[in-house]
Write a protein that binds this ligand. Structure first.
Ligand SMILES: [Fe+2]
Ligand SMILES: [Fe+2]
Length: 303
């Protein structure tokens, strides 16, 4: 059951933080008058923050060094991005969690006490309830935007995008609860999922940069086209050429990761004109780091 404990905690460390930040982005995007939506977003932000805090407490000496060093949990910019976002948006962020995450030690235990198993099971159940609630909330926002009953500064595609990420989180935890581990997924499906996520990040970045940032807009647009091509090519390829496609995916994502790193640095250093919250820049960087770690773990595309 080692897999169950480790995988559950690693999943919460990545996705729990992602969800709490989605709730923050949603909150920040609503007009002041949307009191009910703001309250709901704030509720999920606080609850996921609580859940993440608990996951961090349970993770020390348990999670793998690969995950801790991947930059998917925190990056060198996270703390600064949180402080700036808190100041700019007025939304409180518990940075003690980030500091604790930076201190986490890895472990490679395969056997765990009954106590830790019970604690992880309780955390999984609590997080599942929250994810279900957040998914419902995101679906409701999407419906109201489509009916022009709700205004938000977040693109409809961004809501669809964060909805898909929440569904993946739910599917992962459900599988851990039902089977006690994770059966390796269809690699192609996973690759398509994350290539689409990466493409959409490029589209969001392009649309949130100041119109005068021509060079960055062009680079972002280039990445959106690269991922779009990868998605198209995957539909036409047979299995023999798929490995070649994965190699291209890895190359593109490594380049993209550098672009996102430079972007996050530029935004947190106030060197880029945009309407991107510093924490959003760091958020999409972490998602690229997560994807690169999965690609590396899978081993496909490596020489
Ligand atoms: Fe996200
Ligand atoms: Fe994303």
């Amino acid at each position: 059951m080692g897999n169950y404990v480790t995988m559950s905690l690693e999943t919460h460390l990545f996705f729990g933080r992602i969800m709490k930040e989605h709730a923050l982005f949603l909150y920040a995007g609503f007009p002041c008058g949307e009191t009910k939506c703001r309250q709901q977003a704030d509720f999920f932000r606080e609850e996921f923050e609580d859940g993440l805090r608990r996951a961090v407490q349970l993770s020390n000496g348990i999670v793998s060094s690969g995950v801790l060093s991947s930059g998917e949990i925190v990056t060198e910019f996270t703390l600064k991005a949180e402080r700036q976002t808190e100041k700019l948006s007025g939304i409180s962020i518990d940075s003690e969690i980030t500091k604790a995450e930076k201190q986490l030690r890895a472990g490679n235990q395969m056997r765990f006490s009954r106590g830790i198993m019970m604690n992880v099971r309780m955390l999984n159940r609590r997080m599942l309830q929250l994810i279900n609630g957040l998914i419902e909330f995101k679906e409701q926002i999407l419906r109201e935007i489509a009916d022009c009953r709700l205004y938000t500064t977040n693109y409809p595609l961004l809501i669809e995008h964060i909805l898909r990420e929440a569904r993946l989180y739910r599917a992962t935890i459900l599988e851990l609860e039902r089977r006690g581990g994770i059966v390796p997924k269809d690699f192609r499906e996973m690759e398509q999922f994350w290539n689409q996520i990466m493409m959409e990040h490029a589209l969001f970045i392009r649309g949130l940069l100041d119109p005068t940032e021509c060079e960055l807009i062009e680079t972002a647009d280039g990445f959106a086209k690269d991922y779009c091509r990868l998605l198209e090519e995957a539909k036409e390829q047979d299995l023999r050429t798929m490995d070649e496609l994965t190699r291209k995916t890895i190359e593109t994502t490594q380049e993209y990761q550098k672009f996102k790193t430079a972007g996050t640095e530029g935004i947190t250093d106030c060197k880029i004109r945009s309407i991107i919250l510093p924490l959003l820049a760091d958020h999409v960087l972490r998602e690229a780091n997560h994807y690169l770690r999965i690609l590396a773990d899978h081993g496909i595309g490596r020489d």
